[in-house]
Design a protein around this ligand. Structure first.
Ligand SMILES: [Zn+2]
Length: 429
């Protein structure tokens, strides 16, 4: 099992999903060999709660990991069963290669991994790049024993700040930035000043930033390609399930802001999801799925029973039969790192967002850019959406939303997280 997550990768950044030409040849090729979910959604707009949902097959309201900038971070409690734990219990060697604190032991997300290779950066510049991340994955494949393996590889490059290596900068940056790194965008100071309303962003600046982001996506594409080549060279293709996804997207002005963690619009919740597995015919799936659906699906594809606590749908039988997916009750999302909690609920047609002065209601299938709020004109849809979400969350024992234990990071970890933008103040704590 090879689970690849590219942090901060919008679904529509990839070439096959409408992104910039030439940005993702390797992932486009992988998509052609995979079941490609064209409407896959994260359950939170930032890293910690989103990965916890992927790992536990539960929405954030049920697992309680997350928190916010004023109340602190909340860990995933050990009593939850994770995907890695299930594979570990079944005798798999489990290993994680990660590049952010939120995927390490103090946050509860490392449970189930025999070993975690975490290189957490002191700031947005010191992040382990995709190249060394792929090197670490290939080295682990060579060093592992004869056991079946569950390998989780986390790439962090497209996360701010946007600074593609020279070859990718030359290809994707706007003219002014091709040969120069003078324009720096996405530092911790930028994130904080923008959140505090002190750094309004104009369209030309966002376009420059987006071009650099695309350059980082292209660089990661190249490095994931190298990882897939390594899998092939080792003769592992035919017996490896490969998953490619992300924990959330990134906003570049679609709803008047930038970065992530702050809304539930689909530039943040819509993520890529590719599953390449022996015996699964490649195809595109338009029906909506959530990252919570991965847990049961991967267990079944690997021939393991699904833990009783997993709340997502098992898509494997439908994928094997090339039939329609099981009915969607709805997809819950929760969290707002930067302010009052936001919740959203998506069914096969509508998406409702609540929190603060909202609600908002969008017919997301016909209005994917979420331009036309229908909350005032569709009160019955709004009420039905609220009732469906409540019933779903009650069944998961998630009303009121669970809150995991407070994480008290050591000073170094706190400083690292502040330096990659997870803080609310300028110039210090
Ligand atoms: Zn993230």
């Amino acid at each position: 099992m090879l689970l690849v997550a590219i942090d901060t990768l919008r679904a529509d950044a990839l070439g096959h999903a409408g992104g910039r030409a030439g940005v993702s040849p390797r992932l486009d090729a992988l998509a052609a060999e995979s079941v490609r979910f064209q409407a896959a959604f994260a359950h939170a707009p930032w890293t910690l709660p989103s990965f916890a949902s992927l790992f536990t097959s539960l929405p954030p309201e049920a697992h309680g990991a997350g928190g916010d900038v004023s109340g602190g971070w909340r860990a995933l409690e050990p009593r939850f069963t994770t995907l890695a734990e299930r594979f570990q219990d079944a005798g798999y060697a489990t290993h994680a290669i990660v590049n952010v604190d939120f995927l390490t032991a103090p946050f509860g997300t490392a449970q189930g991994f025999d070993t975690v290779d975490a290189q957490v950066a002191p700031d947005n510049h010191g992040v382990r790049r995709a190249g060394p991340t792929t090197d670490a994955a290939l080295a682990w494949l060579d060093a592992r024993g004869a056991q079946p393996s569950f390998l989780f590889v986390h790439y962090f490059d497209p996360h701010a700040e946007y600074d593609p290596p020279p070859a990718w900068r030359a290809r994707f940056a706007l003219d002014a930035d091709r040969d120069s790194t003078a324009f720096r965008f996405g530092s911790r100071e930028h994130v904080v000043r923008h959140r505090l309303g002190r750094m309004p962003l104009d369209a030309p600046t966002l376009a420059r930033a987006r071009a650099l982001y695309d350059g980082e996506v292209a660089y990661v594409d190249h490095e994931v390609g190298r990882l897939l080549d390594g899998l092939h060279e080792r003769g592992l293709d035919a017996r490896t399930i490969v998953i490619l996804t992300s924990d959330h997207g990134e906003e570049f002005g679609e709803h008047g802001s930038w970065e992530h963690g702050h809304t539930h619009f689909d530039e943040l919740l819509h993520v890529p999801l590719l599953v390449r597995a022996p015996g699964l015919a490649p195809r595109a799936v338009d029906a909506p799925v959530g990252l919570v659906d991965l847990g049961p699906t991967l267990c079944t594809l690997a021939g393991l029973s699904v833990p009783a606590t997993f709340g997502g749908r098992d898509l494997a039988p439908a994928l094997r039969a090339q039939g329609p997916l099981p009915a969607l009750e709805g997809l819950a999302a929760h969290g707002n790192f930067w302010g009052a909690a936001l919740s959203s609920w998506r069914d096969a047609r509508w998406k409702r967002i609540e929190g603060g002065a909202l609600p908002l209601l969008f017919e997301w299938t016909r209005d994917p850019r979420e331009r036309h709020d229908r909350a005032a004109s569709e009160p019955e849809v709004l009420a039905g959406s609220r009732a469906a979400a409540l019933e779903h969350l009650r069944r998961l024992d998630a009303v009121p939303p669970r809150r995991g234990p407070l994480v008290v990071p050591d000073d170094a970890a706190r400083a690292r997280l502040e330096n990659v933008g997870y803080t609310g103040t300028e110039g210090g704590r």
